[in-house]
Every structure is written in structure tokens, then in C-alpha cells.
Design a protein around this ligand. Structure first.
Ligand code: AMP
Length: 646
């Protein structure tokens, strides 16, 4: 079996890492470079593309044929690019629900084809380093990537010649990298990941080598590129107002615009200035000969950059709050906030994150953050920048790869159940026992009874899914539990679901009277393909109203059926004793319920449900005197039996 490598396929840079003798490391290419810019340049139609640093170098000169930040287009639909605020200097096409394509030299590339070129480069670097073919990989994605985006990432890996063993969320990978040398701790960690194009905030719990993801929130269109964009717009305004070319209105997808090379130069200068301002108080932005008779130069201060971009960084805050709320935690209950992603090197980001999470002992210095050494006196979480923010994700991916290969046995990355698990109950409804997103291992149970008199067994039909009706969910298996004959409602069967640490579901069903039980192992309950989970969740949302009315209809029907059966039995028992007018009244009420129950389709119309409920209520009211007569008769029979009356 070939080695599994870990890959961080980033918006700006990509990295490949592996584990050697228990030590994870980022693989350098033959030039000694560990970061591979996620940039691909096509010099001519048939020529092999330039990838990484070489492509980055020609980006300014050949902006229309050099693709960067393509991660933003992965798995997106044509309609999405119209909403995309990011300006890129290469053409991007797409309409409606169609795919996004990048036309270059007469050929339409998909974003995954471009990403595959970056992945091929990493594959070569890994093969050179390991001295053997590398065909298996773990690739990371932002936690907030949807199914289409994850699939596109997987496809990119396959196009590059990898078998993609696992797609892992970037923050989880980062926490894994952080956690490896602190396995004995029990702590709660927030991973704040602000990269080039995406933002994620995840909250994880680490307990003796076991990781649990408590919550994740983020935005796939928020990152360092937005800050660059803001700075570019600001500089373009200054250039225009000082008599230079008008770069303010250059639009996305206008590859022939003669302003594109200028825009690319401006963008590069802006990003470089932004990066330098993480360690300097002011920088000189110089763009000589933007046009033959115009040169631009400007001194940008850290304060000005912060003023220009603060609101973009602040857009990450609601995601932090939501993630905390989902994890049911206060910021102060966290132990660590880990910073991941190149953009978190910006002092403003560190300051704001520290403020929002009430990080203790935060002291800013130029060039980094010093953490107070009185750690034990802290009142809030510690801002942890001990990991290299650019490498943590790739290292974590390599650790995950090693876990999959059977290494690092003392680390267990806990998963959550992707879909709800339950059993089919009366009326063909799904009764959830373990809701989706429950952290595993998990155990839960419920007691069920029979709906029909003298039933001798109960069929346990195990289901997985988010739909209300059993038939719309997936069937994981069926088995029967036997018990003694008894009137309906009397037998009691306890059903317990347990998902073990490997994601295997064990279902136990026990007759509570005799204690006789059966345990059945179902197929893996956790390892469901992401696509299937996404489809199931999407369908449940799509059919939410319909499903809800189906459930209400079935429940109303079951209740009405119960009253109907009792009324019919009562009427048969006392037929001769009832006043004919009253009997006709009960019969009419029975008829109304029977008619309402005859509706085949579930009541998507509230009118049908209301009609059934009204008929049910009328029958209930009409049978009150009948119930009293039956009660008297039962009492009389009992007393007679005891010899009290003759
Ligand atoms: P990533 O996607 O993690 O590679 O992050 C890339 C983003 O981080 C880009 O927007 C970079 O401009 C930004 N970045 C990298 N280094 C720094 C730095 N020292 N200061 C500010 N931003 C940086």
C-alpha cells in the first residue's frame, strides 16, 4: 500500500505533508519551497502549464492566462459568479445552474482541472521526497464547503491521479496538528481560520487524545483576498484622482481590457504592502510607469490599512458568535483560540479575535503576539499562535492520513452522526432515536408498544435519514422481537441504539416483561458518503412542509382510527339499548370520520386535516353518553361477577 499524504489545497497556497517516524512535516519541492502558490499559467494552447512559483512570477505579465484563487470557483454554479465580489484578471464564464469555466487559449477549463494541476505538482514533490509513487491523499476543505465544493475537490484529486481517502475540514486538521503534543489535556479549542478566500470558525473539544467537533461556522467567500480587493479599490481611486489611468471600474471577465496588466500589478503591490504591514508600521507602495507618463507612489500606514479593512475582519465576528452559541459555550470557557490561515498574521485580526474571545494576557508586539506566562491566572482563553498558521492544516491532514494508515493509535478523531437514526412506528412514521449531529460514541433508547390486539411480535425497522415518513428514509435493516400475546398497548419493547467509536450501529430490542433481547449490528452508520448526506438533508429541507403535514395527517389519522374502532365496538355492544335518535347521531359521526379517513393522499391541504380533526372531535363528543353506558355496563358485570347483584 502506498503512503497516504496530507494536502492543504489552499486558495492562495497549497502544501503537501507526511509523517515520518511519528513526526509530521511539510514536504519541500526540489527548489526547497514548502508553499506552492495555487497559481497555474497557460502559456500556449498545447504547452504544459506553469504551476506554483513559476506561474506566480508571470501572473503580472500574463494576467488573462494565469489562474489564481480558483478555490473560490470550485463546485460553484454559473449563477454564483455574478454574485462573486472577487475580481480576477482571467476570464470566468458561467450561467444559471451550469458549470463555471475558465476559457484560456480556446479551451474551457473547469476549476477542478486547474486545481488538479496544483495537486499534480504536490504529487511530484511528494514522490521525489518519498522516493516512491504517491497515489493516496487526504485533502482538506473549509468546514463550510458544501457538497458540490467537496465533490469538486475530490474530483480535482482524482484528476491529479490520487485516490482521495478522506476530505477533512481544515480547522479539524489544524486542531489535530496542535493536539498531537498535548494529548493528555482536556481542553476546548476554537480554531479561527482566515485564509486567502475562506473563513472558518470551529470549536473542538480535546480530551485525552479524543477530538470532538462541537460546532463549525464560516463563510466560503471571506478572506485575505477581500482585504486586497479593498486596498486595490482605494489605491485605484488615488491613482485616478492623481491623474493616472482609471482602474476603478475594471470588471471581472473583461480579459481584453488593456487595464488588466495594470490591475494585476496593483493587486500584487497591494497584497505585498498588506503583508509587510503585519510587521512594519508603514510601507511605500511604488508603481513606476503605470502608463508611459504616469508613475504612482504612496506611503500606506498600518492605521490606514486597518481603517480600510476593519469592517471585513469584523464580518467574521457573527460566525464566531454563532459557533459559540451552537457549542453552547461562552468565550471564556474556551482554553485556546488557535489562529490558522495566512491572514491571521495581521495584527488587527489578532487584536480583534483576542478582544471578541476575551483572550487573557494578550500583548501585541510588532511581528507577533506575545503570550503572558502567567497562564494559570488567566480568565479567558489563550490566543495560541504556536503553530505556523500556514502549515498547521497540511500537518493535520498528514496526521489524519497517518491515522487512516493505522498510525497514531492514541488519537481518535470523533465524528458526529451525519444523519438521524430511528425506527419505523405506527402509520409508517420515522421515530428518531439518535438525532443527526450527535457526537459518537452515543447510546439512546425508547420504549415502544403494539398498536394491534394480540400481536405476537414487533418488527424493528431501522432507518436512517431526515424525512418524516419511513419510506422516504434509508432502511438499514429489519428484525422481529417476539413476545407473549397481549392486548394492544400492553407489550413493552425497549429499543436501544448504540453507535460505537468506529461508527457501527448496534440495535438492541428487549421484551421488558421477559427480559428476552436481541442485539443486531447494522452496517456502518457514520460512514455515509457526503453526497448522500447532503442530498438527504437538502431533501428534508425541500420537503419540510409536505413532510410535516404528512406527519400531522398520519398522527391525526391514528388517533381518529382509535376512537372510530372504540365507537364501532361500543355501538355493536349496545345497539339494542340505545335511543334510535342517539344511535343515528353516533352513526352519522362514525360516517363522517370514516369519510374523512378515506382521503388517500396525506393532507397537504390543511382543509383535509381540519375536516378529520373536526370529525374526530364530533365523534368524541357524540360518544360521551355511549362511553358512560358502556362504563355502567362494565361496572354492572363486575358486580354481578362478585355476586353483589343478581
Ligand atoms: P492561506 O489561504 O492560508 O494561504 O492565506 C493566504 C492569505 O493570507 C492571503 O490573503 C495572504 O495575503 C495573507 N497573508 C499571508 N501572509 C500574511 C501576513 N504576514 N500578513 C497578512 N496577511 C498575510
Amino acid at each position: 500500500m502506498s503512503k497516504i499524504v496530507g494536502i492543504d489545497l489552499g486558495t492562495t497556497n497549497s502544501l503537501v505533508a507526511t509523517v515520518d517516524s511519528g513526526i509530521p512535516y511539510v514536504i519541500a519541492d526540489t527548489d526547497g519551497q514548502r508553499l506552492c502558490p495555487s497559481v497555474v499559467h497557460f502559456s500556449a494552447a498545447e504547452a504544459a502549464p506553469l504551476v506554483g512559483h513559476a506561474a506566480n512570477r508571470v501572473r503580472v505579465l500574463q494576467p488573462a492566462t494565469t489562474v489564481y484563487s480558483v478555490k473560490r470557483f470550485m463546485g460553484r454554479r454559473g449563477a454564483d459568479i455574478a454574485r462573486e465580489e472577487l475580481q480576477v484578471t482571467y476570464p470566468v464564464r458561467g450561467e444559471g445552474a451550469g458549470p463555471v469555466t475558465i476559457p484560456i487559449h480556446g479551451r474551457d477549463f473547469t476549476p477542478e482541472e486547474i486545481s488538479a494541476e496544483v495537486l499534480k505538482r504536490l504529487k511530484l514533490a511528494a514522490e521525489a521526497d518519498l522516493g516512491e509513487p504517491v497515489t493516496r491523499a487526504v485533502i482538506t476543505v473549509p468546514a463550510y464547503f458544501n457538497d458540490a465544493q467537496r465533490n469538486a475537490t475530490k474530483r480535482a484529486g482524482e484528476l491529479a491521479g490520487f485516490t482521495v481517502e478522506r476530505i477533512v475540514n481544515e480547522p479539524t486538521a489544524a486542531a489535530l496538528a496542535y493536539g498531537l503534543d498535548r494529548l493528555q489535556e482536556h481542553s476546548k479549542i476554537a480554531v479561527y481560520d482566515l485564509g486567502g478566500g475562506t473563513f472558518d470558525l470551529s470549536i473542538l473539544e480535546l480530551n485525552n487524545g479524543v477530538f470532538q467537533v462541537l460546532s463549525a461556522n464560516g463563510n466560503t467567500r471571506l478572506g485575505g483576498d477581500d482585504l486586497d480587493q479593498r486596498l486595490v479599490a482605494h489605491l485605484a481611486t488615488l491613482i485616478k484622482s492623481s491623474g493616472g489611468p482609471d482602474l476603478t471600474s475594471s470588471q471581472l471577465s473583461t480579459p481584453n481590457s488593456h487595464h488588466l496588466p495594470l490591475l494585476a500589478r496593483l493587486r500584487e503591490a497591494a497584497e505585498a504592502a498588506k503583508i509587510r504591514l503585519s510587521t512594519e508600521t508603514s510601507v511605500e507602495i511604488a508603481l513606476p510607469f503605470l502608463t508611459p507618463d504616469f508613475s504612482f507612489s504612496y506611503r500606506l500606514t498600518c492605521e490606514e490599512l486597518e481603517r480600510l479593512t476593519r469592517d471585513i475582519v469584523e464580518r467574521t465576528r457573527p460566525h464566531c458568535l454563532r459557533s459559540l452559541a451552537d457549542a453552547k459555550l461562552e468565550a471564556r470557557q474556551l482554553d485556546q483560540v488557535i489562529l490558522v490561515g495566512g491572514q491571521t498574521r495581521m495584527p488587527l485580526v489578532r487584536r480583534l479575535v483576542s478582544e471578541w474571545f476575551s483572550c487573557a494576557e494578550f500583548e501585541e508586539e510588532r511581528g507577533g503576539v506575545r503570550l503572558g506566562d502567567r497562564f494559570h491566572e488567566r480568565t479567558g482563553p489563550m490566543l495560541n499562535t504556536s503553530q505556523n498558521p500556514d502549515e498547521a492544516v497540511a500537518l493535520g491532514a498528514a496526521i489524519q492520513a497517518e491515522i487512516l494508515s493505522g498510525g497514531f493509535k492514541n488519537v481518535l478523531l470523533l465524528d458526529v452522526t451525519p444523519l438521524s437514526l430511528g425506527i419505523e412506528t405506527f402509520g409508517g412514521l420515522m421515530n428518531i432515536i439518535i438525532p443527526r449531529n450527535s457526537t459518537i460514541p452515543v447510546k439512546a433508547g425508547e420504549v415502544f408498544t403494539t398498536a394491534v390486539d394480540h400481536q405476537r411480535e414487533m418488527l424493528i425497522h431501522v432507518l436512517q435519514g431526515e424525512r418524516e415518513r419511513a419510506a422516504d428514509n434509508w432502511s438499514l435493516g429489519k428484525f422481529a422481537v417476539q413476545f407473549e400475546r397481549a392486548p394492544r398497548g400492553v407489550p413493552r419493547v425497549g429499543v436501544q441504539f448504540e453507535i460505537d467509536a468506529n461508527g457501527i450501529l448496534h440495535v438492541l430490542a428487549r421484551d421488558l416483561k421477559t427480559g428476552v433481547q436481541q442485539v443486531v449490528q447494522m452496517k456502518s452508520a457514520v460512514d455515509v458518503a457526503d453526497t448522500e448526506v447532503q442530498r438527504m438533508v437538502e431533501e428534508s429541507v425541500e420537503h419540510a412542509f409536505e413532510d410535516l403535514s404528512a406527519r400531522r395527517w398520519i398522527e391525526a389519522k391514528l388517533k381518529a382510527q382509535e376512537v372510530l374502532t372504540a365507537a364501532q365496538a361500543g355501538l355493536a355492544e349496545c345497539a339494542t339499548e340505545l335511543d334510535p335518535a342517539y344511535r343515528a347521531q353516533v352513526e352519522a359521526a362514525i360516517h363522517a370520520v370514516t369519510a374523512a379517513l378515506a382521503t388517500e393522499q396525506p393532507a397537504t391541504q390543511t382543509g383535509e386535516l381540519a375536516r378529520l380533526q373536526a370529525a374526530h372531535a364530533a365523534l368524541d363528543a357524540a360518544t360521551q353518553p355511549l362511553a358512560e353506558i358502556l362504563m355502567d355496563k362494565a361496572m354492572e358485570a363486575m358486580l354481578r361477577q362478585r355476586g353483589a347483584i343478581t
